[in-house]
Design a protein around this ligand. Structure first.
Ligand SMILES: [Zn+2]
Length: 316
């Protein structure tokens, strides 16, 4: 049954860095064209956030976008992420660029620095957030190398301050900022910036077989680092730098090829924790009994039944 979601191969998830964008006017100024606005679809988890469909000059493929990672009053971060990625899966999205304002953890970073992370530490306390796919999700190459490169090249051509193409993003639940002791802990554990959204987005992207990369604008010093962060500077960055940051993202979107083979989709495998001998015989997978003799949902992903396994025989 059609869900009414159009087939769109590219997506941009807006965050706090572009929240203040006046969308129709800004997209036009950035060389884009809006195709549709206020698109809301019912999902199994509740109504989706409003999406905008637009195209970027120079790329024939349209882009689906939403604001603030889909978060709205009364909708938690995990729930919002499920709404957004359910729509992306229905749309057949292949490449996703996300954006977010972050705090510094590395004491060398300054406000307005751009960090395009290469890895993450997930300290969020959210329960498992998935779309019921039951995949074994490999975390190698979690951030898509070609998408990362496009963002790095675009940011380097029009930097707001300094640009860093390596960094570890620490994920917390928020919405509060971190304490000085937490920042100190994250620093010693190898974090560079802290934010709330890279996870679970990076997990959900892999679940739907899409590539994912994120660009982050440092908006405040982590507590206890360098100097107390400035509310006035935070406000200035949110309102003044939204369009320059969006210009970087548009420059990257202009060059994204949804058909590029980067290897990311092959890092999603069917779970080994399938139930029943028929599946094992048909797919060469191990049986539940052979694994542990009892139903489990361990590191191989959630348990799924033989019917579902057979329905997806050629999953990459
Ligand atoms: Zn990729």
């Amino acid at each position: 049954m059609s869900t009414g979601v159009p087939k769109v191969p590219l997506a941009f998830i807006g965050g706090s860095g572009t929240f203040s964008l006046d969308l129709p006017a800004a997209i036009s100024r950035l060389g884009g064209r809006i195709l549709a606005q206020d698109l809301v679809w019912p999902t199994p988890y509740g109504a989706s956030p409003p999406f905008t469909l637009f195209e970027v000059e120079g790329n024939p493929f349209p882009v689906l976008t939403c604001k603030m990672h889909g978060q709205r009053p009364g909708v938690g971060r995990a729930e919002a992420a499920r709404h957004v990625f359910w729509v992306f899966r229905e749309a057949g999205v292949r490449k996703i660029i996300s954006e977010g304002g972050v705090g510094s953890v590395n004491h060398l970073l300054e406000p307005r620095d751009i960090v395009i992370p290469t890895d993450y530490l997930d300290f969020s306390l959210r329960r498992d957030v998935d779309l019921g796919g039951g995949y074994l999700s490999i975390r190698r190459q979690a951030l898509c190398p070609p998408l990362h490169r496009l963002l790095l090249e675009a940011a380097s051509r029009r930097p707001l301050h300094r640009v860093f193409g390596r960094g570890v993003y620490v994920v917390t639940d928020g919405r509060h900022f971190e304490s000085p002791a937490e920042i100190n802990l994250f620093r010693h554990w190898g974090g560079d910036v802290v934010g709330q959204n890279l996870c679970p987005e990076v997990y959900l992207a892999r679940e739907i077989g899409a590539c994912y990369a994120m660009i982050n604008l440092v908006v405040n010093y982590g507590e206890g680092l360098v100097a107390p962060w400035s509310y006035e500077l935070l406000r200035e960055i949110f309102y003044r730098d939204a369009e320059p940051l969006a210009a970087i993202i548009f420059a990257a979107l202009r060059r994204v090829d949804p058909g590029q083979d980067c290897g990311c989709p092959s890092l999603r495998k069917p779970t080994l924790l399938v139930d029943g001998a028929a599946s094992a015989a048909g797919q060469g997978w191990v049986t539940r009994a052979a694994l542990s003799g009892r139903r489990t949902s361990g590191r191989g992903g959630s348990v799924r039944g033989p019917a579902e396994a057979r329905a997806n025989p050629s999953l990459p």
